[in-house]
Structures are given as C-alpha cells and as structure tokens.
Design a protein around this ligand. Structure first.
Ligand SMILES: [Zn+2]
Ligand SMILES: [Zn+2]
Length: 137
C-alpha cells in the first residue's frame, strides 16, 4: 500500500509535539490526544498518515458517532474549535503542523471530514519537502 503524506502536529497552545513513539499506528509514531468520550477519560492515538483512519482508543470506548472531546495530553487545554463540521455539525478542531499550517479534524468518531489549511503557501511547500520522498510512490 502506498504511503500518504505524513503529518507531524503540535499543540496550538503549548507548542509541544503531540507525536509519540508508543503505540505505533500504521507502523509509525502516532498522534496523541487526551480525550473524553461519554463519562470516560483516556487517550486516542491517530495515524500520522493523512487520509488514514487507523486509530487506537485507550481507556475509552470506541463509541460510533460519539463526539470526542479532545485536549492536549501535555498542557490539558482543549484544542481550539474552528467551525462546525459540514457533514455532521460536530466541532472541528485545529492542530498546528510542525512545518506551519493547520490540520482541521472533525471530533465526531467515524466522521471522515478533515482538511489541511495553509495561510502561507510556503508552509505547504515545506510540508511536501519534509516528506520522505521514497514513501510517496
Ligand atoms: Zn498543549
Ligand atoms: Zn463531522
């Protein structure tokens, strides 16, 4: 299977990396969120591959269509809400890309709405230049 673009993200508040080497998702470091689903608090680990929906729930249940409250696991602040999802009306949160720009992700479990946004086109170029080129083919 071809690899997609690899997304490395950091907290928009404390600017600490959200990448973690354990567990691996899609055989790569995953993106760690502190999450609340229903009455339980745990962690969610997302694939760093843009377009992959592989994820691991830890200490929380994988409840279909539940809205997931997502916070930074390091500073505990909720990730900023940018808009309502065009598909499902849940909150869309934004995380900072290490190379610049923002990834926006819908917080409803199972909703596939997400997007990359760049205020500066140089940031987009930086993302593509940061990729392991051999993984793109
Ligand atoms: Zn933080
Ligand atoms: Zn959605």
């Amino acid at each position: 299977m071809a690899h997609g673009i690899q997304i490395h993200v950091q907290c928009p508040h404390c600017h600490m990396s959200l990448m973690t080497s354990h567990p691996k998702v899609d055989n790569l470091d995953s993106i760690q969120f502190l999450v609340k689903i229903g009455n339980r608090i745990g962690h969610l680990y997302l694939s760093q591959i843009y377009g992959s929906y592989t994820k691991i729930f830890e200490n929380v249940d994988d409840i279909p269509d539940a809205v997931v409250e997502c916070s930074c696991p390091l500073c505990y602040r909720p990730f900023p809400v940018h808009q309502a999802c065009g598909n499902c009306q849940a909150a869309v949160i934004g995380l900072d890309l290490k190379v610049g720009g923002i990834i926006k992700v819908c917080t409803r479990n199972g909703c596939k709405h997400h997007s990359l946004e760049f205020e500066d086109s140089q940031d987009a170029l930086n993302l593509f230049r940061s990729q392991d080129v051999s993984g793109l083919f």
